[in-house]
Design a protein around this ligand. Sequence first.
Ligand code: HEC
Ligand code: HEC
Length: 306
Amino acid sequence: MNKLYLGAIVAAVLMLIATYVSFDFKHGSSDIVNQIAILGAVVLVIATIFVVVKYVRQMQTDTATGELMSDNWDGVGEYNNPVPTGWAIVFALTMIWGMWYYLIGYPVNAYSQIGEYNEDTKVFNDKFEKEYKNVTGDKLVEMGESVYLSNCIACHGLNADGIEGQASDLNVRLEKSVIKHAIINGSNNHLLGSEMPMPDRNGLMNANNNYAPITDAEIDLVSSYVANGMSGAGADVFAGTCAMCHGEDGKGLEATAPNIASFDAALVINVIDNGKKGAIGTMPKFDVLNKKQKEAVAAYVQSISK
Ligand code: HEC
Ligand code: HEC
């Protein structure tokens, strides 16, 4: 048999084996779409081999006639044939279509989907803002509840309990473990809306001796105190170590430290705007909410938390 045909048969068998091996019969053989796909693959393999054989044979036997160009490259010449008319027309049309595409059809800087999306979103948000401008009080909380239900329950849960530690329990301002984590590691979450990190434990003073860092016992005590709603033992540690930044009542000081005694609107909005990384995990920021929706969900969080 001709060497060419032998090679073609070997190549076809190898490609069919490769197709067979890569096909997931266990999961796919009962599916009509997969059956059609594998049939298509077999047809492709056979057609490819057939076409390759045809052209290789043609190259082996074909001779051509005509006038050669004067240049040749290492003995390989080129026939001086005219450009086929059909080819020339298609080429010209492609150029015209290309110019039409860039200059008239889809001018490079005249339209973008993202631009259109941003414009539409802005128009919608302006309308939304205007329409709901006067929503306050209980109505705002109600609106916030619906924002919460559609954006936050996946992680924080229907009862806002954080679904067994997946996210913060929003019924309480802070859990003890979260407070401890912040004291030991510091915190850098833009909670005040700008870069204003809290130092880690080495940067926090000991309540009794201002030149030594806070001790393990003090951390435990003051964390319980804050988690208990600023009551019980640990008040002295708080007063000596935390109050200078967080305020004596823990409600935060302007541009110094956030409210850690209760949720306030600014804090919730900052968490939504910047996301948060802490003891529990990572909360993503929410670009999709507009100003009023953020205000509303903040009111809702305030309404459910103790
Ligand atoms: C030097 C000022 C300073 C001192 C002292 C300080 N904090 Fe902070 N604290 C901050 C700042 C600023 C933030 C906000 C950091 C951020 O943006 O993440 C913060 C954040 C926190 C948070 C995170 C709140 C949250 O919602 O996750 C907790 C908890 C906290 N502080 C507790 C304490 C306790 C308890 C003490 C005392 C042991 C203390 N801090 C001492 C400045 C301070
Ligand atoms: C992808 C999950 C996820 C979604 C969705 C999510 N959160 Fe969070 N959120 C978290 C995690 C995790 C934390 C805890 C971060 C940490 O370790 O302190 C958190 C923390 C928070 C805090 C900070 C609590 C604190 O003590 O400082 C607030 C407020 C909050 N989320 C509100 C919301 C609101 C409002 C929504 C809906 C608009 C929302 N979250 C959606 C995961 C999520």
